[in-house]
Design a binder for this molecule. Structure first.
Ligand code: GDP
Length: 197
């Protein structure tokens, strides 16, 4: 693996965020979408384990992404799963109140990776999040998780339905289980905010 992650801190309030330095990539999705598994597949088990520690599931967990020489290249922000609670127009209702300020104001936030289960139609909460990110002018990439569960036609149909429902040009299918799509996702992360979703 070229990159590994080093846990920085868990924040439950904006004044606990690490000092803004490297570009940040935020990971968002409903609970159970496969976020921990995906982070695990991207940068190693430690991330998932730390993020799932009791008490940290409702925090923003920050990780430095280090290259093979141990240099800090990026920061990953693992945001709390937005669960099945409704995301209101101001997205913060029923979700940690500091998540919206993070998304709205974090100066180093370069890209939001929005995870949606490829096997489930997009939910209103997913749609509201995407609309909110659009309104806020944030760069985002929608990633369809657990793509290994679908094959052939069904995968194509599901991706098409996602693109249509959310009015997107591109959705990246991935599987933490098989590693499918990981190379493409890393390429998207490396491209940062240089391309539009
Ligand atoms: P989180 O709540 O978003 O962090 O989700 P987890 O990573 O804990 O995954 C939720 C469930 O989905 C677990 O039972 C995982 O084994 C399963 N899962 C996660 N990623 C994949 C995947 O790529 N393929 C399949 N088939 N199952 C997955």
């Amino acid at each position: 693996m070229l990159y590994r992650a080093q846990f920085l801190l868990s924040a439950v309030a904006a004044d606990q965020f690490p000092a803004a330095a490297e570009n940040e990539v935020a990971f968002l999705g409903r609970s159970n979408v496969g976020k921990s598994s995906l982070l695990n597949a991207l940068v190693g088990e430690r991330v998932a384990r730390v993020s799932q520690t009791p008490g940290r599931t409702r925090a923003i967990n920050f990780f430095a992404v280090l290259d093979a020489k141990g240099r800090r290249r990026l920061v990953f922000a693992d945001l709390p799963g937005y669960g099945y609670a409704k995301i209101s127009r101001s997205i913060s209702e029923g979700w940690a109140g500091f998540v919206e300020p993070y998304l709205a104001h974090r100066s180093t936030l370069a890209l939001c990776i929005c995870l949606i289960d490829a096997n489930v139609p997009p939910q209103p909460s997913d749609r509201r999040l995407i609309e909110w990110l659009r309104g806020a002018g944030r760069q985002f990439q929608v990633v369809a998780t657990k793509a290994d569960r679908l094959s052939g036609n069904r995968r194509t149909q599901s991706l098409h339905a996602l693109r249509t429902a959310l009015d997107l040009d591109e959705v990246l299918p991935v599987s933490a289980k098989t590693g499918f799509g990981m190379k493409e996702l890393w390429a998207r992360i490396a491209a940062g905010d240089s391309t539009h979703s």
